[in-house]
Design a protein around this ligand. Structure first.
Ligand SMILES: Cc1cc2nc3c(=O)[nH]c(=O)nc-3n(C[C@H](O)[C@H](O)[C@H](O)COP(=O)(O)OP(=O)(O)OC[C@H]3O[C@@H](n4cnc5c(N)ncnc54)[C@H](O)[C@@H]3O)c2cc1C
Length: 414
């Protein structure tokens, strides 16, 4: 007898969640389970680019009809206008397939830039950069990390922008600018104030929009990641790049706050994505264990594998509850920083462990591209560095806890 997968279509409503969140979860699950997962090989381009692109087009139209298009954007910009919790739960469902986010109009890093532009851009910048990006006519990248300074401490960056008349003049070097090769514009994190200026360390950076065809924008190379050369993680030199003064995003000195805005919410979505991907890896692992005969018995009867199943189940449930708890804190307006750091460390590590066990259960085929496991593994490992490495977030958690103890105020165990 073949044991069926715990298909995403078996998702049901959650008691206590509002009707809107439940409805979004179920509608998202239907699209992911009925249309995306069964056609993953086509979406991966195995039947050619033309077939892949036309399937994506069809899926995007269907997502629009279902009112689930661009959930990260407010409705005034054609997005779904989803609340924070709705979006977090939706991310969990979408992540059952690595091909969902593009079908729902969330293509990183352009999607992160769209959210920042929606919040900080002037009316002119919205016309010029945000709306074309939403219509799919433009792509973008986010250029913050530098080869010569630690990305784990973004306040150390040294790329400068100085005002000369009505223009910013930008000089510096960046790397890991994802999607640089295809981008029409970059949002570049620049130091606009000197060490001596007042205002504290957090008010010295400004994000500036730079069209990638501006003279002096030099794409040095794409950094191959995990041996792949297909993705673009650009190393960029900014050689006296001149852009109009109006290209500063938000007011001068708000670059650090805007970056935190982007990363803070983004971390919760990334963690819910990890949870969805963990469920998929778990489902693949358990199903494989029920089918694969080794050494005269099914894998499911071996205690090592049972240990993998139990440990993975605990990892997923713990990650899920921690992330939902953090989303609730954000929604309630309380200070979420300690909990954001906690999930940023715990969840990608749990994801890494779950996928590692699933790969081990599959044996050799686990590291092939026949299954999404190898891609998940690389993503999980990378997430332990990107958006702030584990160590930095652990330091922040301890700092916040100790500060609270020293202040004498009582701890909120909620
Ligand atoms: C695939 C990928 C895509 C990326 N995309 C982008 C992008 O689009 N735009 C962008 O701007 N950046 C991007 N990044 C860069 C990413 O944000 C940085 O790699 C990350 O912030 C870490 O910075 P770093 O690489 O300079 O490491 P460093 O800051 O040099 O840190 C190296 C290591 O030192 C350790 N460490 C750091 N601080 C401490 C401490 N206080 N105590 C103990 N140990 C410590 C940590 O283990 C850390 O991993 C991307 C990175 C990757 C891998």
């Amino acid at each position: 007898m073949t044991i069926p997968s715990q298909n995403i279509l078996s998702v049901s409503t959650i008691d206590g969640l509002g009707d809107e969140v439940n409805s979004v979860r179920l509608r998202t699950a239907k699209i992911v389970g009925e249309y995306i997962i069964p056609q993953e090989s086509i979406l991966a381009g195995q039947d050619g680019e033309e077939k892949r692109d036309s399937l994506y087009e069809e899926l995007r139209n269907h997502v629009r009809e279902q009112g689930l298009w661009k959930p990260h954007l407010p409705s005034e910009y054609g997005g779904m206008g989803a609340g924070f919790l709705t979006l977090a739960y939706m991310n969990e469902i979408m992540a059952w397939s690595p091909f969902s986010s593009s079908a729902f109009g969330i293509v990183p890093p352009s999607a992160g830039n769209e959210s920042v532009l929606a919040k900080y851009a002037s009316p002119e910048q919205i016309e010029k950069w945000l709306l074309p990006s939403i219509r799919g006519e433009m792509q973008s990248c986010f250029s913050m990390t530098e080869p010569d300074n630690p990305g784990s401490d973004p306040r150390s960056l040294t790329t400068t922008a100085r005002l000369e008349g009505d223009e910013w003049v930008i000089n510096g070097r960046k790397w890991f600018t994802s999607n640089a090769r295809n981008a029409d514009f970059a949002i570049v994190m620049c130091r606009t104030e000197t060490e001596d200026d007042d205002g504290g360390v957090n008010s010295k950076m400004t994000q500036i929009i730079v069209p990638t065809d501006t003279e002096g924008f030099e794409h040095v190379r794409d950094i191959p990641v995990w041996g792949h050369t297909g993705h673009s993680h650009g190393e960029i030199k900014y050689n006296n790049v001149r852009v109009p003064k109006e290209n500063a995003l938000g007011s001068r000195g708000t670059g650090h706050a805007a970056a935190q805005d982007r990363l803070g919410a983004g971390r919760v979505y990334h963690c819910m994505n990890c949870v969805g991907s963990m469920w998929r890896a778990f489902d693949l692992m358990v199903k494989r264990a029920t089918e694969r005969q080794v050494h005269g018995g099914l894998l499911e009867d071996k205690q090592f594998i049972q240990g993998f199943i139990a440990d993975s189940y605990m990892d997923i449930q713990a990650s899920r509850l921690m992330t939902i708890h953090t989303a609730g804190i954000i929604e309630s307006g309380k200070d979420p920083r300690t909990d954001i750091s906690a999930i940023k460390v715990f969840v990608p590590n749990a994801f890494h462990r779950v996928v590692d066990r699933a790969i081990q259960t599959f044996g050799g085929i686990g590291v092939s591209t026949d299954y999404p496991l190898a891609g998940y593994y690389m993503g999980a490992r990378t997430l332990r560095i990107a958006d702030g490495p584990d160590e930095v977030h652990k330091i922040l958690i301890a700092k916040n806890v100790l500060k609270q103890y020293h202040s004498g105020s009582s701890w909120d165990f909620g």
